[in-house]
Design a binder for this molecule. Structure first.
Ligand code: FES
Ligand code: FES
Length: 165
């Protein structure tokens, strides 16, 4: 439920993050990225470009991949958000976290949370993607370190493990 006296005042905005309902007081146009990082201390989503170009701030909102630097927090009202902190079951790594580690898909790590969420979204849509489909699925996520081939291999390996599990 939203309680507010207009866009220039702070509102109470509620949404679920990683399965837990959270209520924040924020300006309606505040960026979801800032609310996640500064109010909820979920610092996995990173700010790269701040303009919707790099994907380092990506989260899942109602199952859709969104760049949280472009989402006004008001838009998150009532939604179900998953951040990198919520992808794994407690005490274990998500298969993509494991394969990124094993394949060298993470170096400085700035792009990694967004890459993993974009990859998880891709594998939900296409459990057995081709290399081209992986490239396409990650085309909104930029990496300055890896040259992409280890990332693509990590996603392909995760797909193999999931389909043969
Ligand atoms: S920081 Fe959001 S897309 Fe780059
Ligand atoms: S690992 Fe450094 S930007 Fe991707």
């Amino acid at each position: 439920m939203t309680h507010s006296s207009g866009p220039s005042a702070k509102s109470e905005i509620s949404f679920a993050v990683n399965g837990e309902t959270r209520t924040v007081r924020a300006y309606q146009m505040e960026r979801l990225l800032d609310v996640l990082r500064h109010q909820l201390q979920l610092t996995g989503a990173k700010e790269g470009c701040g303009e919707g170009e790099c994907g380092s701030c990506a989260v899942l909102m109602d199952g859709m991949l969104v760049n949280s630097c472009l989402v006004p927090v008001l838009q998150a009202q009532g939604s179900n958000i998953v951040t990198i902190e919520g992808v794994a079951a407690e005490g274990s790594l998500h298969v993509l976290q494991q394969t990124f580690l094993e394949c060298g898909g993470a170096q400085c790590g700035i792009c990694t949370p967004g890459m993993i969420l974009a990859s998880a979204h891709l594998l939900n849509q296409k459990p057995e993607p081709t290399i081209e489909e992986i490239r396409e699925g990650l085309s909104g996520n930029l990496c300055r370190c890896t040259g992409y081939s280890q990332i693509i291999e990590a996603v392909a390996e995760a797909a193999r493990r999931r389909t043969t599990a």
